[in-house]
Design a protein around this ligand. Structure first.
Ligand code: PNS
Length: 162
């Protein structure tokens, strides 16, 4: 069984994340989308809300080999707890590389067995980030086409109140 963990803040989950998730789901037997529950980062959405949005995407997109999860410790410990030897991450631009390089180095230091698989973002998503979605939504502009449509209303209403 090839098991992968796709970790992130997912604050909120975007169509860029969905693109990476679909690619990973076609390569791995099981993919766990793991939401980082880190109050120190002051997320716009609670970890429960972020996980619920991912659950809605899994159901809507019928991703039968994808599960959602939440973690608040080290990623390598979460990966071990679900039997995963691979981490999945997306790469947009060269600016992501340095950040990902550091995360990978730390994870490999902590767990010699762990390996990370990267999927390049589709060029049409290269500008897209959760931060952009939040900024656009908070100024009352539409986030359609940036987040999975099943979560659009919830995200719009929630950001409008912030
Ligand atoms: O979506 P993000 O915020 O870029 O995801 C970052 C994430 C969750 C992958 C990273 O912060 C993480 O793994 N945090 C958990 C703590 C940990 O394991 N740290 C060591 C690796 S940096």
């Amino acid at each position: 069984m090839k098991i992968g963990v796709y970790p992130g803040s997912f604050d909120p989950f975007t169509i860029g994340h969905l693109d990476v998730l679909k690619s990973a789901a076609s390569l791995f037997d099981i993919v766990y989308v793991a939401v980082l529950n880190n109050s120190g980062k002051h997320p716009a959405f609670t970890a429960e809300e972020r996980k619920a949005m991912i659950d809605r995407v899994i159901e809507t997109e019928q991703l039968s080999n994808v599960r959602s999860g939440m973690f608040d410790g080290l990623l390598v410990d979460y990966a071990a707890s679900v039997g995963a030897e691979h981490i999945i991450r997306g790469l947009r631009a060269i600016t992501d590389f340095e950040y990902e390089f550091q995360i990978d180095a730390v994870n490999r230091h902590l767990s010699g067995d762990i390996r990370t698989v990267y999927f390049m973002a589709s060029p049409s998503h290269s500008f897209l980030s959760s931060s952009n979605v939040k900024e656009i939504g908070r100024y009352g502009r539409s986030v359609a086409g940036l987040v999975p449509s099943c979560n659009e209303d919830f995200i719009r209403e929630r950001l409008a109140r912030q």
